[in-house]
Design a protein. Structure first.
Length: 162
């Protein structure tokens, strides 16, 4: 069973994933909160210590539901904001905040399937198998999407640097 007291252990990773999907810190915070609320509403049994994969799937499903709800409402223009970055202690210490912002911007430009793959593996840190299970696709599909996503992000980042 998913242990509710362990949810905060995953909050930083889920926030980074949500930020990569949404593009703003406000929407990312809302998405993580809504995901936790949905998960806590109906507790689930999780197999083989797959909390993070399950939570990523729940986050993705919540994001899709929120996007559908937003599409049916009137649109508002959101102003650019400064991001409060969550420190990733496992990240390269030489990476600057500007580089991270550019990478997240490039990720936001990807199609939904490519964005979901790169978020699952490179942002959240799931294995290919866990990502495939979380996104309900084949492992080979994850590998293919991840290759194309990384290629496009790198091309866009090289264009920014030039």
């Amino acid at each position: 069973m998913l242990e509710t007291e362990r949810l905060p252990d995953h909050a930083d990773r889920l926030y980074r994933a949500a930020y990569a999907l949404c593009g703003t810190s406000h929407d990312a915070e809302d998405l993580v909160q809504e995901t936790f609320e949905r998960v806590l509403r109906r507790p689930r049994f999780i197999r083989r210590d797959g909390d993070l994969a399950y939570l990523l799937r729940a986050l993705r499903n919540t994001w899709i539901a929120m996007r559908r709800a937003q599409a049916s409402r009137a649109r508002t223009v959101e102003l650019r904001e400064e991001v409060d970055w969550v420190v990733d202690h496992g990240a390269d210490p030489g990476t600057t905040a500007l580089e991270v912002r550019a990478a997240y911007g490039a990720i936001r430009e990807l199609s939904q399937p490519l964005r979901e793959a790169i978020v699952a593996v490179d942002v959240v840190g799931l294995s290919y198998r866990e990502a495939a299970r979380a996104l309900r696709v084949r492992e080979g599909t994850i590998m293919s999407r991840l290759f194309r996503a990384r290629e496009r992000v790198a091309a866009q980042l090289e264009g920014v640097a030039a």
